[in-house]
Design a protein around this ligand. Structure first.
Ligand code: SF4
Length: 487
């Protein structure tokens, strides 16, 4: 499809709205130029006329044409004009495709942030629903979900101390690569990746120590820790110990609110590793099966069974872990609605403190689905609806929510937890409410000024080999966080 912009440059939002309806289309963008001989096009125009100016959207899609024009008085207002053009494009594409995206034309990845902002302004639930419906056409179902999530976050957000931060530690290695993975994680099946692990953990411990020095100088208080990946439990028991001892030596973990270790793939979890994780202070772990169907696990390239996931869960329980999360993904290749129902029901029987339902991203899905001829059904919207309803009925509450760009059917990823067992780190990072200092490859440090809402990011090198070989250079760059945090 050709998208032509005349008198404006609202490419980002217009493309996002168009993708809600045409997720697999490729786009060509023209600026101050009309499309010529295009089979499908969309013209987004803002033009002066005698009364002020006119905003118009013209669409040709599969031989059908629609137009909405609107006169505006006064001067241009980019924010208002962009909203009107997006709304009108949304209405046209809704009519031409017959699709009604449940989040309306709200394309941002953090819808709950909007609800929290309106709550802070003192708006009532009714007013919030009215605003988001009128401006973005969000469905009642999604408004309820976002509102419930905002309510579940309120205690965690209120107890935030301005000088606090969370520490993220990245382990970008996995036992093998899942077919749907879009993360930089290295499979240690490759010897060249495996040999990076020891030097990587060495550098990581150094970075943790350096972060602790900066935090002390700036009088920042550590609030939560998240060791994530990849698959942190792919490290040997000795390396997990080395890493967690380094955290313990660098920070006073007796005063923190939460210490998460994403154990991750069940095929890497052993009792010995769990004991070390427990003894060195972790308060919450994740065991992430993604599906409890063996055939789907095989289809995505996992080398463990659903039974392995159950055993890893019970082993953690036996060792005293009383806060366990389990992750699932709706829409995995070869999975069916029935299969997904089985996954959710099995997890509910295990009774972990939190369960997260992710949605597969659309690009991955399209590639994977074409590879799996045996796929018979993949109604992801139904899977997500079933999962969310079942978890709500079982007593779990949605507590963090985000949308990835290009997820199948534009759905959301939602973390559900039992009351009081919400993961603070997930709330803080998703709502951009707290500074996150990140260590390790692909780590993204996010500096949040809670007074002004200003956010700055500092990225570590993405790949472990760069992280190891260019460590000094990266740390020089990281000194910028002193300037931000001292204001
Ligand atoms: S476990 Fe996660 S990070 Fe690792 S390969 Fe699979 S999807 Fe990617």
């Amino acid at each position: 499809m050709v998208i032509s912009f005349i008198g404006n440059d609202f490419k980002y939002e217009i493309e996002a709205v168009t993708k809600l309806f045409l997720p697999l289309q490729s786009f060509e963008f023209l600026f101050e130029e009309m499309p010529v001989n295009a089979e499908n096009f969309c013209i987004i125009k803002r033009e002066k006329n005698t009364d002020g100016y006119i905003l118009s959207v013209n669409v040709l899609l599969n031989g059908e044409k629609r137009e909405i024009s609107q006169n505006e008085n006064g001067g241009f207002s980019d924010e208002k004009d962009e909203t009107i053009l997006c709304q009108n494009l949304f209405k046209i594409l809704q009519e031409l495709t017959g699709i009604t995206p449940p989040w309306g034309c709200l394309t941002g990845i953090r819808p709950v942030k909007k609800v929290n902002k309106l709550l802070d302004e003192g708006k009532t639930k009714k007013e919030i629903f009215g605003i988001l419906k009128e401006k973005y056409f969000v469905s009642d179902e999604k408004l309820e979900l976002a509102f419930k999530t905002a309510c579940a976050q309120s205690k965690a957000l209120k107890m935030l101390d301005k000088r606090s931060f969370s520490l993220y530690i990245s382990i970008p290695f996995c036992p093998s690569r899942c077919s749907y993975c879009s993360f930089v994680s290295h499979s240690i099946e490759k010897p060249e990746a495996k040999k990076l692990i020891v030097p990587y953990v060495d550098k990581l411990c150094r970075e943790i120590e350096e972060i602790s020095l900066i935090a002390k100088q700036l009088e920042l208080r550590l609030d939560t820790i998240y060791i994530g990946g990849g698959t942190p439990s792919v490290l040997s028991a000795e390396l997990i110990e080395k890493l967690m001892v380094s955290v313990k030596k660098s920070f006073d973990i007796s005063k923190i609110h939460e210490y998460n270790v994403e154990a991750g793939r069940p095929d890497t979890i052993t009792e010995k590793k769990l004991e070390i994780i427990r003894d060195l202070g972790a308060t919450r772990i994740s065991v992430n099966p993604q599906t409890m169907n063996d055939s789907v696990l095989a289809a995505i390239g996992r080398k463990h069974s659903a039974k392995d996931a159950e055993e890893a869960f019970y082993a953690a329980r036996k060792l005293g872990f009383d806060n366990i999360n389990m992750d699932t993904i709706a829409g995995l290749p070869t999975d069916t609605l029935k299969g997904f129902e089985h996954t959710i029901e099995t997890l509910c029987k295990l009774d972990p403190e939190s369960i997260t339902i992710h949605t597969l991203t659309v690009k991955r899905a399209s590639r994977l689905f074409s590879e799996h001829e045996e796929r018979t059904e993949n109604n992801i919207g139904d899977m997500v609806s079933f999962g969310q309803k079942k978890l709500l009925d079982t007593g779990y509450i949605p507590y963090y929510l985000y949308r990835q760009k290009n997820t199948v059917e534009n759905l959301e990823n939602v973390g559900f937890a039992k009351k009081g067992r919400e993961c603070l780190y997930n709330i803080y990072i998703m709502e951009e409410a707290q500074t996150i200092l990140a260590a390790g490859a692909a780590g993204s440090t996010k500096l949040v000024d809670t007074e002004t809402g200003k956010i700055e990011r500092i990225f570590n090198y993405k790949y472990p080999y760069e992280y190891i070989s260019r460590y000094e250079k990266m740390m020089e760059k990281k000194q910028a966080l002193r300037n931000f945090l001292t204001g």
